[in-house]
Design a protein around this ligand. Structure first.
Ligand SMILES: O=P(O)(O)OC[C@H]1O[C@H](OP(=O)(O)OP(=O)(O)O)[C@H](O)[C@@H]1O
Ligand SMILES: O=C(O)c1cc(=O)[nH]c(=O)[nH]1
Length: 309
């Protein structure tokens, strides 16, 4: 089977920047969806001038290029869901106007408050009104889609029309299962991808833009980064985790079943390797707890994600 093509330079340099700025980190994280993840992308740390400029330029270029190539597609407002969507919508609007003043000089931004304001101008919304406007949602990360679904509801309730979604990272996960919604964890029920659901609409579906999918972090360039910059054992755990999370979903045609099988094989080998790597540490107590963690994680992941076998 052909190996995946290497990441383009701009992508690998953005990933490097994200790692060196602690935006992309590895460990054990509880997500908004209550899922546990061995990696986390904290776009709140694009908080220095050079970093926010890099990310907002990337968003603006993507939207500008798409609009130029598809002249019938345009939008009036960038809507950034609170909180991390807020700086993204403001800075990307400014970058769009810098790219093409004539086309984007009037582009607007808007965001919601997490708590409704009860004094002054009051209300839920800040910035441009969405009424009668074509709106693009701009957010940092998409996991189970709660944030995107809420954003779509807000746009609808404010009288706007959703025409696009842009995120920096699509974690390629699935919508919550019924048991997850009931707070009982994932029972592995077959279901569609988050993005597939967000874009499945009776009226015209929004366009969809994303920079990174989880496979960018793991199956191509990143293992090298990981081996350079992180301990080996978490690297293998992460490989196993991510290989298992390949989705059987038409939204990811490049992640076809045969590739999933290949990754699954790699994951199985990675878990074996992982034991070997842990053994190299030589501390029996550490080894025992590491092996226990792998066993727990492996079982949990098999239930949570679709696996080609
Ligand atoms: O697809 P989902 O499962 O909804 O997860 C992704 C969302 O989670 C985070 O927001 P969150 O509201 O946790 O934090 P924030 O206030 O820091 O933006 C992130 O910024 C995304 O908006
Ligand atoms: O799912 C989440 O809550 C989430 C994942 C992630 O990588 N980054 C983030 O800010 N939120």
């Amino acid at each position: 089977m052909a190996s995946p093509s290497p990441l383009p330079t701009w992508k690998s340099s953005l990933i490097s920047l994200a790692i060196s700025s602690q935006i992309l980190t590895f460990g054990s994280f509880t997500l908004k969806s209550n899922r546990i993840s061995p990696y986390f992308v904290n776009c709140g740390l694009f908080c220095r001038a050079r970093l926010i400029r890099a990310i907002s330029t990337a968003y603006a270029r993507e939207l500008h290029t798409y609009a130029t190539e598809n002249p019938t597609w345009t939008f009036d407002v960038l809507f950034g869901p609170a909180y991390k969507g807020i700086p993204l919508c403001a800075t990307t609007a400014e970058k769009l106007a810098t790219l093409d003043e004539e086309k984007w000089g009037q582009v607007a931004y808007s965001f919601n408050r997490k708590e409704v304001k009860d004094h002054g101008e009051g209300g839920l919304m800040v910035g441009e009104s969405l009424k009668g406007k074509k709106v693009v949602v701009i957010d940092d990360v998409m996991t189970a889609g709660t944030a995107i679904r809420e954003a779509i509801e807000i746009i609808k309730s404010q009288g706007g029309t959703l025409v696009g979604i842009i995120v920096a990272v699509d974690r390629q996960e699935k919508v919550p299962s019924e048991s997850e919604k009931a707070g009982k964890g994932d029972d592995g029920t077959p279901r569609g991808s988050t993005i597939g659901e967000a874009c499945a609409r009776d009226d015209s579906p929004p366009t969809y833009h994303r920079y990174f999918v989880q496979s960018d972090f793991i199956s191509r360039k990143l293992p090298k980064f990981l081996e350079d910059e992180l301990e080996l054992a978490p690297c293998y755990k992460l490989k196993a985790y991510l290989a298992l999370s390949r989705l059987d979903d038409p939204w990811y045609p490049c992640e076809a079943e045969s590739a999933s099988r290949q990754y699954l094989e790699k994951a199985k080998r990675a878990v074996k390797d992982c034991r070997v790597v842990y053994k190299g540490v030589g501390d029996q107590k550490y080894l025992d707890s590491a092996e226990q963690a792998i066993r727990t994680e492996w079982g949990g992941l098999r239930r949570r994600f679709w696996v080609a076998e």
